[in-house]
Design a binder for this molecule. Structure first.
Ligand code: OAD
Length: 237
């Protein structure tokens, strides 16, 4: 899967209209909770139940959510335009549920669990968990969520692929991310340096706004409708 003409790069804002809170901003999760207590390996080893309570609640919230029009249009773009890639920082799996294939997940997936004893990794859709912290069905070891926590490395292959795609993008569309978390936040800048046209969809200004060729100050659903029309003109007319 080595693509790279039209690239979507998404963050929590793309799922906001599905009712999933973002991390920063007024209603953001990191306003209510301290990531140091909930999203670091140290926090997990200190209190796995507390961390799992947080992820259990998020999983329940996500399970009830539906992909919105922005997710659907990104999935549609993959079918309509040549060489479309999707890189996401989201762990909610809504892009996949909207029909996107080959989603590059930089921060893991909240539906994945990993056993800390036997190392087995699998998808697990139990909501809510019967037992917290959940345990491995094979060896009874402690499970952890398959997401990337602060202080951890991003999955190597996904990150390399994302860099490669960013470098080869002709149009790089940044949807609903504050672009504050590295190394993911570098991607639009790498794409720009290699000559990509940068389009940003975000109601708020972000560090990407400075390098964006087009900033659409709208929510993801409305903004994606505009971008979809723009791409149709550019690629299909
Ligand atoms: P943030 O919460 O940092 O940023 C969300 C962005 O979405 C903000 O810039 C908002 O202005 C924008 N936004 C809000 N509502 C929107 C809407 N309806 N349409 C479009 N944009 C909207 O989320 P991320 O940038 O995704 O990492 O955060 C990056 C990483 O920080 C996350 O992956 C997570 C977090 O800590 C890990 O968990 C490792």
């Amino acid at each position: 899967m080595r693509k790279g003409y039209i690239t979507f790069f998404t963050g929590a804002g793309v799922s906001a209209e599905s009712g999933i809170p973002t991390f920063r901003g007024k209603e953001g999760l990191w306003r209510r909770y301290n990531p140091v207590d909930l999203a670091t390996p140290e926090a997990f080893f200190r209190n796995p139940s507390l961390v799992w309570e947080f992820y259990n609640e998020r999983r329940c919230n996500i399970a009830e959510a539906e992909p919105n029009r922005a997710h659907l249009l990104i999935a549609e773009a993959e079918k309509v335009f040549p060489l479309v890639s999707l890189i996401t920082q989201n762990v909610d799996g809504l892009h996949q549920r909207a029909g996107s294939r080959n989603v590059i997940e930089l921060h893991g997936n909240i539906w994945k669990v990993k056993c800390l004893s036997c190392g087995k990794e699998e998808m697990n859709f139990e909501t809510p968990f019967n037992e917290i912290p959940p345990r491995c069905k094979d060896c009874d070891g402690l499970l952890r969520p398959g997401v990337v926590w602060f202080g951890e490395s991003l999955p190597y292959e996904a990150l390399e692929l994302a860099y490669d795609i960013a470098k080869r993008s002709k149009v790089f569309i940044v949807v609903g991310t504050s672009c504050q978390v590295f190394p993911a936040a570098q991607l639009p800048f790498i794409a720009k340096e290699k000559g990509a046209e940068i389009i940003e969809i975000n109601p708020e200004e972000t560090p990407v706004s400075e390098i964006a060729d087009m900033s659409i100050r709208k929510r993801a659903t409305k903004g994606m409708e505009e971008v979809f029309e723009y791409l149709k003109e550019k690629y299909l007319s």
